[in-house]
Design a protein around this ligand. Sequence first.
Ligand SMILES: Cc1ncc(COP(=O)(O)O)c(C=O)c1O
Length: 390
Amino acid sequence: MTTRTPPPGEPLHFATQCIHAGETADPVTGAVMPAIYTSTTFEYEAFGQAKPHIYARTSNPTRDALERCVAELEGGARALAYASGQAATAGVLDLLDAGSHVIAPVDFYGGTRRLFHEVRRRVAGLDFTFIDMTDVANVAAAIRPDTRLIWVETPTNPLLRLVDLAAVSALGRDRGILVAVDNTFATPALQRPFEYGCDIVMHSATKYFGGHSDVLGGLVVARDFELGKRLLSLRSASGGVMGPFDAYLVLRGTKTLALRMERHCGNALAVAEYLATHPAVEQVFYPGLPRHPQHALAKRQMSAFGGIVSCIVKGGRDDVARVLDRLQVFTLAESLGGVESLAGHPGTMSHSSVPPADRLAMGIPDNMIRLSAGIEDERDLIADLAQALQ
Ligand SMILES: Cc1ncc(COP(=O)(O)O)c(C=O)c1O
């Protein structure tokens, strides 16, 4: 395999990196896109002399191509692709010894909370402190001698709250605590946590990286090569790897990541501005709105504000149900980050695994809607919301 070297001088811009990062041309066929290698096993050169690939649970050429690309896009030393975002998060938790203490946000993806709270607490004795991370002082106060990981999600799902990456990283660095960031909502197109000193970046590749709602996957990127090696060894042990077909689809998705994010962000801003003026809407959550309490931080650590908008509709759960059922262009469905616009009800969908009282304490009432702005024409999205909110 021959790796193309970037031209000397300026580093490539992100949109160019999306097309070329980690790219290798096939020396035999000259194929521009990597092949989908389905072989699970690879011939040895001779006894005791393995070639670069041995067995597909550890490495596979198609998955390697994706991992090289993602490591470069995030600016990390090593990326690893997993079977899902949840498998990726589990891979990060595998770094911790039994009984370790972890600090996590009180409002974040319900599935991550479920994995932490219901699984790893029970099977690995991990101890979690869930805090409001919008105030870094809360993070500092939650640190204990046995704290080994600070798990950050920014912007959070579904409240679009932000965490100050530089400030949290500084706290972790001073005490030798790993700082991992779920960067699913922002993607490296908008936010690059390593630039703020974080140690690990995680993605649900099912969302913007894949970008077309047709592949499930997860990604972990390590800033440091040794940490990447440790994650690889743990992933080989637990086996939750991304398959070659899925790796190909995610790699294909990365080619248009910069382009899609531009449109997602433009559409989301238009939707947020529209909802902010609508009489049937009580509150809008979008970091790109100047009235968002952390708009200044958003401008500092993100280059644009993402494709997700949440809102609280006036009335109760029945009113929300009526709005969601009337939508025509937005599809009522789980997930986010695809080219099509989606609408979800966190209470019964993404955060249904969180007990109702905890959900309310997190700030997720039953009349909240989460919208994932796709890449359609913004006029059609706004017309759809207008008729549904009538
Ligand atoms: C922010 C965030 N992190 C992680 C996940 C989990 O990813 P997956 O569904 O690919 O396992 C999700 C899924 O919705 C998510 O929104």
